[in-house]
Design a protein around this ligand. Sequence first.
Ligand code: NAD
Length: 352
Amino acid sequence: MPAPIASELAYIRFVSVENMMKLVHSIGLETMLKDLARYIEDDFRRWEKFDKTPRVASHSAEGVIELMPTSDGEDYGFKYVNGHPKNTREGLQTVTAFGLLARVDTGYPELLTEMTLLTALRTAATSAMVASHLAPKGARVMAMIGNGAQSEFQALAMRAICGIDTLRLYDIDRAATEKVVRNLKQKGFDLVPCATPEEAVEGAQIITTCTADKQYATILTDNMVGSGQHINAIGGDCPGKTELHKDILARSDVFVEYPPQTRIEGEIQQMPDDFPVTEMWQVITGVAKGRTSARQITLFDGVGFAIEDFSALRYLRDKLHDHPHYQELDIIADPDDPRDLFGMLQRARPVG
Ligand code: NAD
């Protein structure tokens, strides 16, 4: 990485929600999901290079606020994200986020961005990238349980990366399912709204659970899961917030991002501390096996890890060269003499 020039560091690039929407349309949503999956897979391949820590969570009765930092030694990134399942009742989103990328050599930030949309994109790209390694060959049908903010992105990534063309939809709130049907009806899916979760999982090779409720919920019971299915369980991502009955975990092969975080937050919080899991980076690098038989139940206990956000930030920085949807943000002090911060303050002294 070339040394920075001081004048270049006076401003950082800022991607607002408005500019993120423009960027997604100018790149193309499905292209972006595929690109993000590639960036995430590349970073999983160099997993051992990263500083890793479970995210730093601040819990309240209503939800959680989290910081998710990581670094590969050259860049440093973090995301601020919340999870408040009750928010939608008040017209607010369950998940909102923003993130930052900085240079390790100077510690100067380079990029600040909205990450609510980017989180939905990176979560969907991660789910589909993982499913491309674990789902049964030729999977076409996905059950989508929980039809909230993440769901259309999950569906589109699973189609772009894994070839899913049929969606069996279920949500306790019928209006959520109707929203997905409305949003995806021109997108070439076979859409099947279902009256129960049992109906939704019928004939599905992939089951995605993406519900929001701050409790030990049982979205899937053991009898609903058949041999050979791949479960993409991404809604349970906090202590005390799970989606699957533990009997499903006992008869599945469970794959995770970063075990120290997943054991706190994932479905496996219901299991003993030494419950065996396989890390996805090891499957991707060929160190560990993924799906080994057509009858095996594979379960991705996805909670969302900082490296996925780092990959998304890295991708965004690269794309801003050709798609300059950003503003310059005056967030770094730039005194003429680095030690004369006081002198810089005088620039804004009222005249007269
Ligand atoms: P959302 O509030 O927009 O949607 C959640 C949906 O789940 C709602 O439509 C709700 O009616 C439905 N639901 C709740 N209980 C249900 C049940 N028992 N059966 C069926 N449907 C039910 O939330 P969202 O932004 O789509 O996020 C969903 C979940 O995914 C949240 O818990 C969030 O924290 C989690 N999440 C995980 C990751 C990750 O990386 N793993 C990333 C983003 C979000």
